[in-house]
Design a binder for this molecule. Structure first.
Ligand code: ZN
Length: 282
């Protein structure tokens, strides 16, 4: 494993330069010096097998590690059995598309508390995560890693402790630590290197050094209100935190090899490259 950097989706500049399809992204990313890409199925898994394979082939050719983001409307914390079944089916569809594309990781929002007790919501989400993993294995997608993500809004399941508890269910679960979300959820809590170190320490304490080394990272500057996350911004919008520089030195000091995905508003690839530079110079 090596540390990798890349964007979530295509930068505005990619389209400004006349490119029109993610099939063209691998070479573009490679020439920039990036080696990861996250493909979002946030609004639903709508891709044909042919298109998925046409994206996957050059991604592999240019050694761009591909992850996919499962639909945002998946809610594993729902108490309703029928809805839960549908949600597991959406995850299965995500896994199938991921396999066409050669992606090995599925990033997932665990779900909404829906005004209910957080512990109760978490209990449902954990049960459904187990079910989903079993269904993926039954369908031949056992090699795929599910990555539950830390979330930025109060009503969403996805506090750091909740994500770690879900990941304790199975070694194959990899936490997706979205530092922008944690910063927003903590009303601007990530200010110093120590603030980042505390998070990494918590991951290591619960899940061990090996899983810490290989976490999936989402990073962007995030605007927040008292309710948490409001909007993602670019690195140049320095009035918003957090700053990757503090995390860069921690990743280096701990000799970690995460995949670092940039979720900036428009400059995802440029900012991913900026993170790589900060890491190399840390
Ligand atoms: Zn996400």
């Amino acid at each position: 494993m090596k540390i990798r950097f890349g964007p979530s989706g295509n930068s505005a500049s990619f389209y400004d330069q006349g490119y029109t399809s993610t099939k063209q992204a691998p070479q573009w990313l490679y020439e920039m010096g990036l080696d990861a890409f996250e493909y979002s199925f946030g609004k639903g898994v709508r891709i044909t097998e042919q298109t998925a394979r046409e994206i996957g082939v050059p991604m592999a050719e240019y050694d761009i590690a591909l992850s996919i983001h499962a639909p945002y409307y998946i809610n594993l914390a729902t108490p309703e059995v029928d809805k839960a079944k549908n949600n597991v089916r959406f995850l299965l569809e995500s896994a199938r598309a991921a396999s066409w594309m050669g992606a090995k990781k599925i990033i997932l929002h665990p779900g909404s508390c829906g005004g209910r007790d957080r512990r109760e919501a978490l209990k449902y989400a954990m049960e459904r995560t187990k079910t989903a993993m079993a269904v993926l294995i039954d369908n031949g997608y056992g090699g795929m890693a599910l990555c539950p993500e830390t979330m930025g809004k109060g009503n969403q399941l996805g506090l750091l402790e909740e994500i770690l508890e879900i990941c304790l269910l199975d070694e194959k679960l990899i936490p997706c630590i979205d530092f922008g979300h944690l910063h927003a959820r903590g009303i601007g809590s990530l200010k110093s290197e120590e603030d980042f170190a505390d998070i990494l320490d918590a991951v290591e304490k619960e899940l061990g050094k090996k899983r810490l080394d290989n976490i999936h990272i989402h990073f962007s500057r995030v605007e927040y209100t008292d309710a948490g996350e409001k909007k993602h911004w670019d690195f140049k919008d320095t009035q918003f935190g957090p700053d990757f520089i503090h995390l860069a030195s921690q990743i280096k000091a701990r000799d970690m090899h995460p995949v670092v995905i940039c979720e900036s508003q428009t400059r995802m690839a440029e900012d991913a490259l900026a993170m790589k530079k900060m890491y190399l110079e840390a």
